[in-house]
Structure formats: structure tokens, C-alpha cells
Design a protein around this ligand. Structure first.
Ligand code: 9Z3
Length: 328
């Protein structure tokens, strides 16, 4: 019998698909620069206080990936995600003492800026005269908090923000991050909240120029994105604590799909959420539990990420005490 990847695809086929995905993907424009920033960030968090303990570092992925239809891209397919979950979770992880690598979709929600209006530059400031621009009184508290908390996180090496647009950029960056986090061992965590495309147009078969409407109906073949979760877990970051998300719109299949995902990809935890209630409730699925985590509506200003990150930090602590016990 062939060795399988645990996802019903022979391991060799999966390896070949992954190899082909990375070989044919357009190289990252600023790959060397990202690599340097990552190295610097991880090094600083390996010995943050000189007491011999590495800081815990979590890679939070956030927002949806795009699938370009043309190399000189005019159109793309998009995965839904505002980035709110990722941005909110990043803030809670930082408050819990983690350093965060925030791998996010460009122009999606950003940590510490969620309470600002949609266009802060135009909405929060007023021009007194040509040389005097001031923050409006009504926004002053929110602006001060956003700038102060963001600056403090960056200055203390607790936040590194890396943007992506396409599925090609996302997966190449995720691989770079995972490999650069290897030295952190079990102190590393992946919190994969980004909505990642399941299908894509391979770069090698993609039209170079804008697809012409005069050619009639559009017929495009999308191929499956190779399942990188199992590679992340087995090859790129075998010691890291891994949490993925499962999104469905049909609650009847949600928990079953989350359990399948937990087993197939050997995640430590899968967070199940339904699109319309995702801000009120999530269910944390582990190998022996299903824990419902709800927004506490009696407390103003809280969000479901409050209790969710608390629970995750507890579980990560237990894992750090004994990584083998939690291995699945
Ligand atoms: C999620 O399920 C996230 O919680 C949301 C957050 C995208 C729903 P928002 O960004 O929403 O706050 O607006 N993310 C994972 C979605 C996903 O694509 N999961 C894949 C799947 O369900 C597995 S990687 O198959």
C-alpha cells in the first residue's frame, strides 16, 4: 500500500504538487528583505530578556488570499475575510506577552486600528489653518490609543507586519515564516485565521494579458491548491503548536468538517465558526473536546477573541510543559 499524506492523496503526489506549486509561483518581489526582517525579529525574541527563555511567538494569518486570472492582473477571485479576527487576535496575543508575526492581506483590518473610522486620515483630523492640522476632539482618545499601543508593540519587538495579496505570496511567505521560526521549537505557534483559496490558476497556464471579453464566455480551469497544512505541521514547523480555522455557512456540517480537518492535518486545535455568527461564537475542537467559546454580551467592549485567546494561551502553556503528550 502507498504511504498517504493522511488526506487521501498519496504522499508522493502531494510532494510533487507542492514542489510544482512553489517552482512555478512568481518569486516574491522583496523575498530577501522579508527574510532579513524575519531573522532579526526571531533573533530578538529568542533571547528577549537575557534570561535564557525564548519569548512565545505566534504567526497570525489574516484576511483572504486572491487568485489572479491574468499575470498582468486585472481580475482576480477573492476569499471572504475582513481580517477582523486576525487583527483582534493579534492584539490579545500581544497583551498576553506573545510576539506576533501578522501575515495579512493588504488593506484588511489592522491591529490597534479597529476602533478608528474607515478613513482615519480624512475623518479624524481637521485643518485649523494650512500649517496646523489637529485630531478632532471626538476621535482624540481612539487615535492616541491606536498610535501609542501600536508604537509600543513595534518598539518592543512584539509585532512584525507582513502583507500579501495573492495565494502565491501567502504560501511562499508562510513557508519562509515557518522555517525561520524553527529555532523557537515549541514556543512557536501558528494561528491560521486567513481565508485561503482552495483553487487557483497555475502561473504556467495563466494568460499573460487582460482576458478579452470579445472572445466569448470565459472558460477557466482552476486546479486545487496543494494542502499545505500537513506540510506545515510535518516538515516546516514540526514542533510548533498549530491552530487552523474551519469556516462554513451550513452549521449542520461545521463540527464534522472541523474534526476531519483536525485529524487529516494533525492540527492541535481547529476553531470552527459559521459565517453569520462568527463574532458571537466559535467552537474549539481538539482531539478530546469541543469547547464552545462565546462573546460575553454582559460586558461592554469585549469580543469573542478575549476568551478564545485566553483558552489558547492556556493550552499552549500545557503543550510547552509537555509537547509529546499533546502530540497527535
Ligand atoms: C476563518 O474561519 C476566520 O474566522 C474568518 C474571520 C475568515 C471567518 P473576519 O476576517 O472572518 O473576521 O471577517 N478563517 C479560515 C477560513 C478558511 O478558509 N478556512 C479553510 C476552510 O474552512 C481552512 S484553511 O476550509
Amino acid at each position: 500500500m502507498d504511504a498517504t499524506s493522511g488526506i487521501g492523496v498519496p504522499q508522493e503526489t502531494l510532494d510533487a504538487e507542492i514542489k510544482s506549486f512553489f517552482e512555478s509561483a512568481p518569486p516574491l518581489k522583496n523575498g530577501d528583505h522579508i527574510c532579513e526582517k524575519l531573522k532579526e525579529f526571531i533573533d530578538r525574541n529568542l533571547l528577549p530578556s537575557g534570561n535564557g527563555n525564548a519569548r512565545r511567538v505566534v504567526c497570525v494569518t489574516s484576511g483572504g488570499t486572491t487568485v489572479p486570472l491574468e499575470r498582468r492582473c486585472v481580475r482576480h477571485i477573492d476569499n471572504f475575510s475582513s481580517g477582523h479576527r486576525g487583527a483582534a487576535s493579534t492584539e490579545h496575543f500581544i497583551k498576553a506577552g506573545y510576539a506576533v508575526i501578522f501575515l495579512h492581506r493588504r488593506r484588511s483590518y489592522q491591529p490597534f486600528c479597529r476602533s478608528l473610522p474607515e478613513d482615519p486620515l480624512l475623518e479624524c483630523f481637521e485643518v485649523m489653518d494650512e500649517s496646523n492640522i489637529q485630531v478632532r476632539q471626538s476621535d482624540s482618545e481612539a487615535v492616541t490609543r491606536a498610535i501609542t499601543e501600536h508604537h509600543a508593540a513595534v518598539a518592543k519587538n512584539l509585532l512584525l507586519k507582513l502583507p500579501f495579496n495573492t495565494i502565491f505570496e501567502y504560501l511562499q511567505m508562510l513557508q519562509m515564516i515557518a522555517i525561520s521560526m524553527t529555532s523557537l521549537g515549541a514556543h512557536a505557534m501558528f494561528y491560521l485565521a486567513a481565508a485561503v483559496s482552495d483553487f487557483y490558476v497555475p502561473w504556467t497556464s495563466m494568460a499573460e494579458h487582460k482576458i478579452q471579453s470579445a472572445s466569448g464566455p470565459l472558460d477557466i480551469r482552476l486546479v486545487q491548491v496543494p494542502k499545505m497544512l500537513s506540510v506545515l505541521r510535518k516538515v516546516w514547523a514540526p514542533m510548533a503548536y498549530c491552530i487552523s480555522f474551519k469556516l462554513e455557512t451550513d452549521t449542520k456540517i461545521l463540527l464534522e468538517k472541523a474534526e476531519m480537518s483536525l485529524k487529516k492535518y494533525k492540527m492541535h486545535m481547529v476553531v470552527a465558526n459559521e459565517l453569520s455568527t462568527r463574532k458571537e461564537e466559535v467552537v474549539v475542537v481538539t482531539s478530546d473536546e469541543k469547547i464552545s467559546v462565546c462573546l460575553d454580551k454582559t460586558r461592554v467592549g469585549t469580543e469573542v477573541e478575549n476568551p478564545l485567546i485566553r483558552l489558547i494561551v492556556e493550552r499552549h502553556s500545557a503543550y510547552l510543559e509537555n509537547p509529546d503528550l499533546c502530540d497527535i
